[in-house]
Design a protein around this ligand. Structure first.
Ligand SMILES: Cc1cc2nc3c(=O)[nH]c(=O)nc-3n(C[C@H](O)[C@H](O)[C@H](O)COP(=O)(O)OP(=O)(O)OC[C@H]3O[C@@H](n4cnc5c(N)ncnc54)[C@H](O)[C@@H]3O)c2cc1C
Length: 486
């Protein structure tokens, strides 16, 4: 494929920058290199780009004005939220001929309607703020992930983020009723409808979700809220193996009366990395085991005063699971602080891997019932490429989605490890394909997996994606060189 985006001329004309400056005012316009630095470097330092300007609009009208100016001049735009994405999608290229469009000033909660269970927000609102606002109205916004203190809802929707409660509530795409977006020609599409049912032609909002900023700029969203759980039970379990985890989950759906909200699988190496790198983390169990599950059940009904709530149900369930040999040992959280300590271990896996050294990451999915087979064969496949590589599989077993990561062999040179990246990726992703799975179940494609997408999706699917991109963005100005190459 021709890499048209890398040949963008190095300079954005001064007249264009001046017009953008006028559209957003001094507060919204940054060209100082030091001030731009945090907007052009990926948080893991995997990508360092350059930008002609960082533009920080304060309203949809300002976004539209900036996009119109860029569309007329053919200047590429990189939409940006909290910059927690993991595939380089929100980072500009190295040539410096793009502008970064940061949505972070557009961070208002515009309306909460507890009766209708909806909330309308601007795209730059931080996920944690949205969760807290919902809680303040005795409602739940269930999207929850380790980056929630920094990521924005616009970024969450643009990556169709998942997180730890997809099992029960679905991913970001399922949590949206309506959207407002600025199209690549600068026109505003107002799809801010709070409708549960709407069959008026193509459902455009789904085009923008998961598009990683390549089809337009999301500016506002109407989100779905849910009743707030009143009775939550959380357990840390040592399980026999991944097959036991899948069986346990299958039984838990009925035993919990369909109240399983999370089921996270972790291997021992991941736990060891967290214990050695994350201060304050403590192993919840005295003995070492090979596999663990973090299981959470949540009911919207308060626990009955006479007993029989989630905790009691889970205790009985785990007793049976131990008798059946699925679970070796278990701790039930007796307080929300203890539950949070369990969650901290799970959510610190990425950070611990980063502190340990180089790793190669895969966020794959396969049918849930095939996870155990995949884990066995996937570990063997990675080790066939590099026998001393240290596999760190963990993640959302209930969604069939694992972070199937490879930590470099102890003491191995970073460059030597990364030199085998393609071989390791292909070993894992070829296996994913043979399981009918996906090479990206969470993080998206960005720049990082462009070649992988082209390798693993067939020509019909790629042609359809390119046709959509060309139809909406004929000048290829919206985050070019990410997701699909046209
Ligand atoms: C510690 C950690 C844990 C994570 N855990 C999970 C997880 O469990 N599940 C999961 O799915 N992901 C996870 N992620 C990755 C996740 O995709 C991002 O954290 C988040 O969804 C991105 O939001 P952001 O605001 O940071 O977006 P950015 O990183 O700024 O941008 C991401 C993409 O969205 C585009 N974009 C941003 N805002 C807009 C907008 N308004 N309009 C159009 N395009 C836009 C950008 O161009 C880019 O392509 C994790 C990341 C970290 C660092």
């Amino acid at each position: 494929m021709p890499d048209t985006y890398t040949s963008v001329p190095n300079a954005v004309p001064t007249a264009v920058l001046d017009a953008i400056h006028r559209a957003v005012g001094d507060k919204g316009f940054v060209v100082d290199e030091r001030e731009m630095e945090p907007h052009v470097v990926e948080w893991r330092d995997n990508y360092r780009g350059r930008a002609a300007a960082v533009v920080r609009p304060a309203s949809t009208e300002e976004v539209a004005a900036v996009v119109r100016i860029c569309a007329e001049a053919g200047v590429p735009i990189v939409p940006q939220g909290g910059m927690t994405g993991l595939v380089g999608a929100g980072i500009p290229h190295e040539h410096g001929g793009e502008i970064v469009l940061s949505l972070r000033r557009m961070n208002r909660i515009l309306e909460v309607n507890p009766t209708a269970y909806t909330m309308t927000v601007e795209a730059g609102a931080v996920l944690k703020t949205i969760q807290d606002e919902a809680a303040a109205h005795d409602r739940l916004f269930p999207l929850s992930l380790a980056a929630e203190g920094s990521c924005t809802i616009g970024g969450n929707l643009s990556t169709n983020a998942g997180g730890v409660q997809v099992l029960h509530y679905g991913n970001a795409r399922s949590l949206v009723l309506g959207l407002e977006a600025v199209l690549p020609d600068g026109r505003v599409w107002n799809g801010l409808r709070a409708l549960k049912k709407d069959n008026t032609g193509y459902d455009l909002k789904h085009l923008f979700m998961g598009a990683e900023g390549t089809l337009g700029v999301i500016t506002k969203a109407v989100l779905k809220l849910f009743p707030r759980p009143k009775d939550v039970a959380t357990a840390w379990l040592a399980v026999r193996n991944p097959a036991a985890a899948v069986e346990l989950l299958s039984r838990a759906h009925a035993a919990s009366e369909d109240n399983v909200t999370s089921c996270e699988l972790m291997g021992r190496l991941g736990i060891d990395l967290v214990l050695s790198h994350i201060p304050g983390s403590v192993d919840p169990l005295a003995e070492r085991h090979d596999w663990y599950v973090l299981l959470e059940w949540s009911s919207t009904r308060p626990a009955p005063a006479h007993g029989g709530g989630m905790l009691a149900k889970m205790e009985a369930f785990l007793g049976d699971a131990m008798e059946a040999g699925l679970v070796f040992d278990a701790v039930l959280a007796q307080s929300s602080a203890q539950a949070q300590a369990f969650w901290k271990i799970r959510e610190s896996h990425s950070e611990a891997q980063k502190l340990e050294g180089p790793s190669i990451k895969h966020d794959i999915s396969v049918p849930v019932h095939r996870i155990p087979e995949f884990v066995d064969q996937g570990i063997a496949a990675m080790k066939a490429v590099m026998p001393d590589l240290r596999p760190v599989p963990f993640g959302h077993v209930g969604d069939g989605n694992l972070h199937f990561n490879a930590q470099s062999p102890t003491g191995m040179d970073k460059a030597a490890f990364y030199a085998r990246r393609d071989d390791i990726n292909h070993a894992v992703h070829d296996l994913v394909r043979s399981f009918g799975g996906s090479i990206s179940a969470e993080h998206g494609i960005g720049r990082f997996k462009l070649e992988e997408l082209e390798r693993y999706r067939g020509p019909v699917e790629l042609d359809a994606m390119r046709a959509i991109k060309r139809a909406l963005d004929p000048r290829n100005i919206m985050n070019p060189g990410k997701v699909v190459r046209v």
